[in-house]
Each structure stands twice: as C-alpha cells, then as structure tokens.
Design a protein around this ligand. Structure first.
Ligand SMILES: Cc1cc2nc3c(=O)[nH]c(=O)nc-3n(C[C@H](O)[C@H](O)[C@H](O)COP(=O)(O)OP(=O)(O)OC[C@H]3O[C@@H](n4cnc5c(N)ncnc54)[C@H](O)[C@@H]3O)c2cc1C
Length: 475
C-alpha cells in the first residue's frame, strides 16, 4: 500500500524527491535481508543526515506508518524486513566520522558508518575495534548495535555492547535521547545504551554512536588444525579452553564447511578432513608465538592430522577471511540457506555438535555446521530449498528441536543474529510471561504505538504466528 500522496509529498519536501523511493522497482531490494524472505515496503527513505530523520520520523509516526530501520540489510534473522509494509528508513548514506580521540580511545560516528572503515580508522591510530562479524566489509555501526553483533573476537573481547559508550537516538515522537557518555565508567541511571544494543530497531533510530577502542595488541598468531573425525575438532576446542591459553578466537568447522571453505579459499586442509579448528591469540610477540606452539601441541594430542601456524599479516588475514566467508561459500551449494544461531554452555559444545548432526539425519535436512566454539555458539546452516513445502517443513522441525535442545541445557535461542521475524515465534520458549510482559512495557515506553519493526519481538498487538510463512504468502 503506497503512502497517501500528501504524506509522501511532506517527506519528499524534506529529503528531496530522489531520496524518497516508492516505485516497486526501486524499493524491491529493500524488501530483502540476508534472511530468505521477501517483503514489500511501501516506500524507502534514503537519509543524508540526522536533521532529516528528526523531521521525517515524527511525521510518519503521527500518521501511524510502520517503520523499519535499516543499515545494510545484511542480517540473518529478518531483523530489518517489512512484513507489514510501511517505510524503510535507510541510514546507509550516513557514514561520517564526527570525531576521533585516540587518547581517550573513542570515536563518534554516524550510524551508517561502515564497521570495516571504523576498524581501519582505529588501526591507523594503533587501536583495535573488536566487533567483527563475518561480513564486516558490509555492515553498519547502527546494524551491529541493532543486533548486538559479535563474531570471532567475542571470545576475547565481548560483543558490540561492550564497545559502545554512548549514542543519540530519535524516538517516534521526535525526541532526541542522548544516552551514555564518552567514558567507559558511567553508572548514571539505567544503562539505556546497553538496552539499545540488541533491540533490533524496535525502540528508535540510532543516529550516531560513540564507539570505544582498545590498544592494538603487539602480536597476533593463528593456528589451523585438521582432524580426521567430526567430533575430534569439537573435543579439541574444549581441550584448548581447558589448557588456559586464553585464545581471543576459537572457531570450529565440520567437514562440509571445511570443504566449502577449502574449495573457495585453498587454505591447504587435507582431503578427507572430518573437522577443523581455527584459533587466534593476541598479546606480546613472544607470548603469542609460545601460545600458538602450545596450542598446536594440544591439538596434536587431541588427534589433529595437520596443523599450521600463521603469524600476523597477509597469510593470517587470508585464513580469517576464508572463515568469515563460510556462509557465502556454503550458499553456493543450495537455493536456500538458513544460518542458525544457537548457544549452549561450553561443556555441552561437543555433544551439541553431535546432536545437531544426528538431528539433521532424523529431520532429513542436510546441514553444514560451524561455530564460535569458545563461546559454545553454533551456526548449523540448513542447506535447503524453501520453494519446496516438504523441505520447509523439515527445516522447521530441525530448528524447533535445536532450539529446545539449547534451552534444555540452559542455553539461548540466539547469540548474535537476534530474534528477527525468524526467531520471534520461538521467544516464548526462552522468556516467560512476566519477562515478555516486562519487555513489552519497555517497548511501549519508547514506542507507544508499536510502529518500529512491528513484527519483531516484543510485538504489540500482533498475534504470535509464523512470520516466515506469512511473509511468503504476502509475496
Ligand atoms: C556472510 C555473513 C556473515 C555474518 N557473520 C556474523 C558474525 O560473525 N557475527 C554476527 O554477530 N553477525 C554476523 N552476521 C550478521 C550481522 O550481524 C549482520 O549482518 C549485521 O549486524 C547487520 O548490519 P547491517 O548494517 O546490515 O544492519 P541491518 O541488517 O540493516 O539491520 C540489523 C538490525 O539493526 C537495526 N538497525 C540498523 N540500523 C539501525 C539504526 N541506525 N538504529 C536502530 N536500529 C538499527 C535494524 O532495524 C535491524 O533490526 C553475518 C551476516 C552475513 C551475511
């Protein structure tokens, strides 16, 4: 449903005609994320600066128009889709660095700033910005705040919320909230900065953020290991944590993932590898060298058939880029890929790897599994075809059982992708009535009409359903 012409003209007057898109050809790509569902927004607004946001959002809010806030749209759980139509608020053009203070270790940036560019900015001052999702080249600061994204370095440093000191937010009613500060230690009132990290665009528009840097460690070393059996890599990851060598990244790949990554990136894994593990250490130059050698010894004792050390620099970058691009490497092999996102307490990691492979056979859906093993965080990827209802039903069975498996162990149904339209129907399995009601009150305190990302948890006024199917019907 297009916006009434008078309302559309009000928006055009503020942003310019060319930045208000409403023809289906122009809006089509904004109906997609990296999650396999197509939706159809009524319009897209391409903002150039925060002043435009401060003027446009209250007008749409007053007119009861649903709004979807979007960075690059690369999320994996359908966190920035428009299953109810409405307007996509795109911040992809707001990329400016507003201020950098390398002594106080922060930068203030517009929400559409690219995360890789922020990492490079930090590196140019000898600093590190650790949030590092696999698709870091594509994602925005607003997007990683929205999902509280993390990635491989979360083991050593934590997720996005550990690196955001403050932000400015535009609410639906047009207020500008200045949250947090420029300092790391700040306990003034409720921690609304952390609340916004992971709220998936359901509370308001983050227009700028103050992100925290840390000093770049002197040395970095990586270790790769291949194991003949699927379970050996998972057990070896646990053994490495037990060896107290404190890696900052510890990643597991099963055989199908290793093969797909090897085919695309030629890392040298032997043929017939049943599983592989990638590890990174940060510290002093001598310290990381010693840790890497001791790590390789732990893996050899755990049955590794092949190990390789990669020090800081080009070869190590190639290794981590290959791991980062596991999703696209796998996506080449199937029409639909679900990158699942499930966390268990670490001791249960190896058994969960085994259980998910069994479950795949029981449900009749092929999977490839990789994991941020050090966090007990698994990404079983379902290699399927959603055009076939029977395959969709098998995927749903797998996801339902995997979610229940994690919850029975005290885990979580999402570790970094967020609920999105995909996991919202499962939220009640982890969150009880009181918890959901408390979250809904928070939602309504910021967004009383429930217009921001209306199909994402905590939904207000929408019955629980399966938005994936509903979305497909909408198409
Ligand atoms: C190949 C691949 C690898 C990936 N690897 C990882 C990984 O290792 N770790 C990980 O954590 N994730 C990973 N992801 C998912 C990643 O988290 C998301 O891609 C990223 O957070 C989305 O950033 P984006 O700019 O595309 O945001 P979008 O997808 O546009 O939005 C993400 C969410 O943030 C909200 N949002 C965006 N901007 C704002 C704003 N300014 N104000 C308020 N809300 C906003 C949106 O409404 C939405 O809910 C991967 C994705 C891909 C495709």
């Amino acid at each position: 449903m297009p916006l009434p012409e008078q309302l559309a003209n009000q928006v055009r007057d503020i942003v310019g005609r060319e930045r208000y898109l409403d023809s289906p050809t122009d809006t089509a790509s904004y109906g997609y994320n990296s999650f396999p569902l197509h939706t159809e927004p009524a319009a897209v607004v391409l903002f150039e600066d925060r002043a435009q946001i401060e003027r446009v959002v209250p007008i749409l809010y007053a007119a009861n128009v649903p709004m979807v806030i979007r960075g690059s749209g690369t999320n994996l759980a359908g966190n920035a889709l428009a299953p109810t139509g409405g307007v996509v608020l795109s911040l992809e053009r707001m990329k400016k660095v507003l201020e950098i203070d390398p002594v106080s270790l922060f930068a203030r940036v517009e929400a559409g700033a690219n995360v890789k560019a922020i990492q490079e900015l930090a590196a140019s001052h000898g600093l590190l910005f650790p949030p590092n999702p696999g698709n870091v080249d594509a994602v925005t600061v607003g997007g990683i705040i929205g999902c509280n994204s993390s990635g491989d370095l979360a083991l050593g440093y934590g997720g996005t919320r550990d690196f955001v000191l403050g932000m400015e937010v535009v609410t639906g009613e047009g207020q500008v909230l200045k949250l947090g500060s420029r300092v790391r230690k700040d306990v003034t009132g409720y921690d609304l900065v952390r609340l916004f990290c992971g709220c998936e665009g359901t509370l308001g528009v983050v227009v700028e953020a103050t992100v925290r840097f840390i000093n770049k460690p002197e040395g970095e070393a990586s270790v790769l290991a291949a194991f003949p059996e699927q379970q050996q890599g998972a057990e070896a990851a646990l053994a490495l944590l037990g060896a107290k060598l404190a890696p900052v990244a510890l990643e597991y790949m099963d055989a199908p993932t290793t093969q797909a990554v090897e085919a695309a990136f030629k890392l040298g894994f032997p043929t017939g590898t049943g599983s592989s593990v990638l590890v990174k250490f940060h510290g002093s130059a001598e310290g990381v060298d010693s840790s890497a050698k001791r790590c390789a010894a732990v893996f050899e004792r755990a049955g590794a058939s092949w190990t390789r050390l990669a020090l800081d620099g080009e070869p190590a970058e190639h290794v981590w880029r290959a791991r980062h691009l596991a999703y696209p490497a796998l996506a080449r092999n199937c029409p639909t890929l679900y990158g699942e996102d499930i966390v268990v307490p670490i001791r249960h990691f190896p058994a969960t790897v085994a259980r998910f492979h069994e479950l795949a056979i029981e449900c009749g859906v092929p999977i490839a599994l990789f994991a941020h093993a050090g966090d007990g965080h698994l990404h079983p990827c379902l290699l399927t075809n959603d055009a076939d209802p029977a395959q969709r039903e098998r995927s749903d069975r797998f996801i339902d059982a995997a979610v229940r498996h994690a919850l029975a162990l005290g885990g979580a149904i999402t570790g970094e992708h967020g609920l999105g339209v995909h996991k919202t129907p499962y939220a009640h399995l982890q969150l009880g009535d009181h918890e959901r009601a408390a979250m809904k009150r928070i939602k309504l305190a910021f967004d009383p009409k429930g217009l921001f990302n209306p199909m994402i948890f905590p939904v207000t006024g929408h019955p629980p359903n399966n938005p994936r199917r509903k979305g497909i019907e909408i198409v």
